[in-house]
Design a binder for this molecule. Sequence first.
Ligand code: AMP
Length: 278
Amino acid sequence: MKIFTTKKEVGDYLKQLQANGKTVGFVPTMGALHQGHLSLLAQAKKQTDVVVCSIFVNPTQFNDPEDLEKYPRPIEADILKLEQAGCDVLFNPPVSEMYNGPEEWHLDIGELEHLLEGKFRPGHYQGVTQVVNKLFSIVNPDVAFFGQKDYQQVMVINRMVELLNLPVKIVMCAIEREQDGLAMSSRNIHLSATDRQHALVLYRALQQAKANYVAGHSVEQIEQQASAVIDEEPDTQLEYFEIADGQTLQPATAQSRSLVALVAARVGHTRLIDNVVI
Ligand code: AMP
């Protein structure tokens, strides 16, 4: 695997490959890699000739300085995992390579900015679009792979691609879970053994919501039932549980063609998100 830390070097290397007709698949990450990230790489390997992964803990998408500081950064272990997964290129820039001091960025992504995650993490999606747009312009991928785990993020990236007319295809990949259902996440490392047990309530509530929808319960009833289940769990603070339109993420209506149940909660000191398509 080739490892680059500068925009110029990775850009020049990939340009050469593309000039020779190779397609580039891109998996942007913040590292602390787990099976979820590796499943995106596996998809990229299937669909494109050259697989590029970036590891960059992007400061502009964190609204909580403590979260940024304690974000895990096990770079040596990550490099080993990427090599084993057959990744071709790692781009691992320092912050100074991506940001030349403070800079202005605003992309009008409409309502998506203030719904769900946007409500609880103000500015988060501006930071995400800012860095993903930079990464796209450096890597110039044909296809980029994102996880359904961050459902709203995929909607936001799709919107950015549409607004800025970016020449990249976005592929959304399924959520990888532990055997007991917990969605894999780099933040799971912060969960104590008891937190880890409490955290299972998220997937349990999502599955119940899906079953209740199939059984004909109303959206309001389902949201109330799920919220009650999570509220009962010790050391767990619900931020939201919503059944939304799968295309717009606005509250579900009778016209919605697909539905997604989304949840965010703090378990102990760790904030977790998860979702299930209904
Ligand atoms: P992150 O490193 O958290 O920024 O995530 C990098 C990419 O991996 C994003 O597209 C995430 O949605 C995706 N991802 C994170 N967790 C999972 C998971 N459990 N299953 C599938 N994809 C995931």
